[in-house]
Design a protein around this ligand. Structure first.
Ligand code: ADP
Length: 246
């Protein structure tokens, strides 16, 4: 579905990612875990086309959509296929001057050219799905963090993405609010949504993830099935990382 190939990323002299190869298949829930500063967010942002790789490329369904030299063909592919990549951020990033409904229909109406009435109907059903039908006409500032994040998920889903990327989507939330967002994410996984999830929630990674990717110092150090990874990690670095959650 989407893949990083030999992807490296530097900011100035600092190399943050080195030679990442990662292919995400349909209906996978890939959980990316690892110490803070290991490059997880940067890799996710490269997949979301929010950062350009310094070396290597990102492919979607086989086509290059991002590479250091953004040729016209690559830009064109990014423009059309990029719409199929949804992203949910740590700090929600809702538009504060728009109501919940307006936040959700904005991109479908403007980018996908969905007729407004149809976009509204879809938004209403997405709000029902994330349990916020009664918040349709309120502004984000009136919502709790957990509610804002559920709106952000509905907003991402409104574009009917083929893959949904989550960047520490629950890190800014109190435990009770984390739970309501994680339940929505779990339900999406259950419906077969293809997801890449950067997370510190080991319970979610273990129970909902279909594959764990463990990163350290800008590289993928270990990956595998959740149960195998958590019960019998192979590398010292993964063992050391997991010890803090015991
Ligand atoms: P993680 O998500 O695993 O915590 P990040 O991808 O956020 O890791 O960061 C990896 C490293 O890249 C960190 O050392 C961070 O300071 C650095 N970094 C991230 N974004 C930038 C940037 N825009 N400019 C400079 N350095 C950055």
């Amino acid at each position: 579905m989407i893949a990083a190939e030999a992807l490296s990323k530097s900011f100035g002299d600092v190399q943050v990612l080195s030679g990442i190869d990662l292919a995400i298949h349909p209906q996978e829930v890939v959980c990316m875990i690892g110490p803070s500063g290991s490059g997880k967010t940067t890799l996710l942002r490269c997949l979301a086309l929010l950062e350009t790789p310094s070396l290597g490329c990102v492919r979607m369904e086989g086509q290059i959509i991002s590479q250091p030299d953004q040729t016209r063909a690559v830009k064109k592919a990014a423009q059309s296929m990029g719409r199929d990549i949804g992203m949910v951020f740590q700090h929600f990033n809702l538009w504060p001057h728009m109501t919940v409904l307006q936040n959700i229909i904005e991109a479908p109406v403007r980018v996908r050219k969905t007729p407004r009435a149809k976009a509204v109907a879809e938004a209403e059903s997405l709000l029902e799905k994330v349990g916020l039908s009664d918040k349709r006409d309120v502004y984000p500032a009136r919502l709790s963090g957990g509610q804002q994040q559920r709106v952000a998920i509905a907003r991402a889903l409104a574009m009917r993405p083929k893959v949904l990327l989550f960047d520490e989507a629950t890190s800014a939330l109190d435990p009770e609010l984390k739970r309501e967002v994680l339940l929505v994410m779990r339900a999406l996984a259950g419906e077969g949504m293809t997801m890449v999830v950067v997370t510190h929630e080991m319970g979610f990674a273990r129970n909902v993830g279909t594959r764990i990717v463990f990163m350290d110092e800008g590289a993928i150090v270990e990956e595998g099935a959740p149960r195998a990874f958590f019960e019998t990690p192979q590398t010292d670095r993964a063992k050391r990382f997991l010890r803090q959650f015991e």
